[in-house]
Design a protein. Structure first.
Length: 66
């Protein structure tokens, strides 16, 4: 059985899946994983899912990486 997805627009979510973060930022998935590995981008891991915090992605792209 699959899971229900919400109708919350990506731009209103406080956390993003790697795929969604890649799409809205224009960065590749491998670049996002490297930024996570080096600590330049923050994420949370819940179960098997890694979610990038929107404010961390925005800060990185605006030049104030956390």
């Amino acid at each position: 059985m699959g899971y229900e997805t919400t109708n919350i627009p990506t731009n209103e979510r406080i956390a993003l899946r790697i795929r969604d973060a890649s799409i809205i930022s224009g960065l590749s998935r491998s670049t996002l994983y490297e930024l996570l590995k080096t600590g330049k981008l923050r994420a949370v891991k819940i179960g098997g899912r890694r979610l990038i915090l929107r404010n961390s992605l925005e800060a990185l792209l605006l030049g104030g990486a956390e």
